[in-house]
Design a protein around this ligand. Structure first.
Ligand code: GRG
Length: 303
């Protein structure tokens, strides 16, 4: 299908992403073969290897390569961010949190297995992600590996995912203002994307300024991801119902279109792409193509 973007013609992001995703899936498969206890491993593999976009691992690998590192150096952190993402989805779906029966087009982990297994498989995956980076990263100075590990810790804990999810739960059923909405998305979504890019650049040998630029890029992309999600939520429903007006913007969870209107939300998405692009302008323009296209892909995605 044709994208409306002119930049889309210069680089085949689809191929780039599917090539990288294939490498990541093979590495994830090797990292966690089924051992004793079988059912725990099967539960982990069920969620970890389920089909997803692999946006976070691609961010890690592309950032590593952008600063001159090799894909192999970034593979353990790329796998780790997907493990952290997968465990957060498993726990998010639990009856005590979002109580979702489906994930990635299949029954959620606790539906396919059981609640206790889903909790423990998520816990095991959380621990293993750190172990995997510590043990599996080769050819990278130890202080850089340590930096990456601490980055992953802050991205998932009380300064990251867990905090974002906590505030999200706390705000359930309440009207939320722009700052709180941004806090939730910044922590639940953008922070792990930021860590993915930062870790990739760190193990790739990037300098402080490069790591910072990639952090700013991925924070924009992370927020963009959510703004687009909210926009799709409105436009998809409108399409499905064949209506001319948008979905009821006054009920349910707070979204960008509800807070600022659909048009302003679309403007915000455009601004975020531009800001992401600006951050990349500090890099070699050819080497930055994957991340440039990734930002456009996220802006234009339809699911
Ligand atoms: C991480 C310690 C720790 C605890 C977990 C439950 C929880 C705390 C956090 C939940 C965070 C959450 C569900 C964030 C939503 C993130 C998000 C945007 C999910 C969708 O990501 P995609 O579209 O999914 O990249 P795929 O399936 O393509 O990988």
């Amino acid at each position: 299908t044709e994208t409306p973007d002119a930049v889309a013609d210069l680089f085949d992001l689809k191929k780039y992403m599917s090539d990288k995703a294939r490498q990541v899936d093979a590495a994830l498969d090797r990292a966690l073969p089924v051992r004793h206890p079988d059912r725990l491993y099967q539960s982990i593999r069920y969620s970890l290897l389920a089909p997803g976009k692999r946006v976070r691992p691609v961010l890690a690998i592309a950032s590593c390569e952008l600063v001159g590192g090799h894909e192999a150096a970034a593979m353990p952190v790329a796998c780790a961010v997907e493990m952290l993402h997968a465990m957060s989805l498993m726990h998010d779906d639990l009856p005590c949190i979002d109580n979702d029966d489906f994930r990635r087009g299949r029954p959620s982990n606790h539906r396919a297995f059981d609640e206790g297994t889903a909790v423990l498989a998520g816990d095991a995956l959380l621990s293993f992600a750190f172990e995997h980076v510590a043990v599996g990263t080769v050819g990278v100075p130890a202080e850089r590996v340590l930096q990456a590990i601490s980055e992953l810790g802050s991205a998932t804990g009380t300064e990251g995912l867990a905090a974002g999810q906590f505030v999200d739960i706390e705000c359930e059923g309440k009207a939320v203002d722009f700052d709180v909405l941004e806090y939730i998305h910044q922590h639940k979504t953008a922070r792990l994307m930021e860590a993915s890019a930062a870790c990739g650049a760190i193990v790739g040998g990037g300098g402080d300024a490069e790591v910072e630029r990639l952090r700013r890029y991925s924070r924009c992309v992370g927020l963009l991801f959510q703004v687009v999600d909210d926009i799709l939520d409105v436009t998809k429903t409108t399409e499905e119902l064949g209506k001319t007006a948008g979905k009821d913007l006054t009920s349910g969870k707070t979204t960008y279109p509800k807070l600022m209107g659909l048009e302003k939300a679309q403007q915000l998405a455009q601004e975020l792409v531009l800001r992401a692009e600006e951050e990349l302008s500090g890099f070699d323009s050819v080497k930055a193509l994957p991340l440039l296209h990734l930002a456009h892909y996220i802006a234009n995605r339809q699911n």
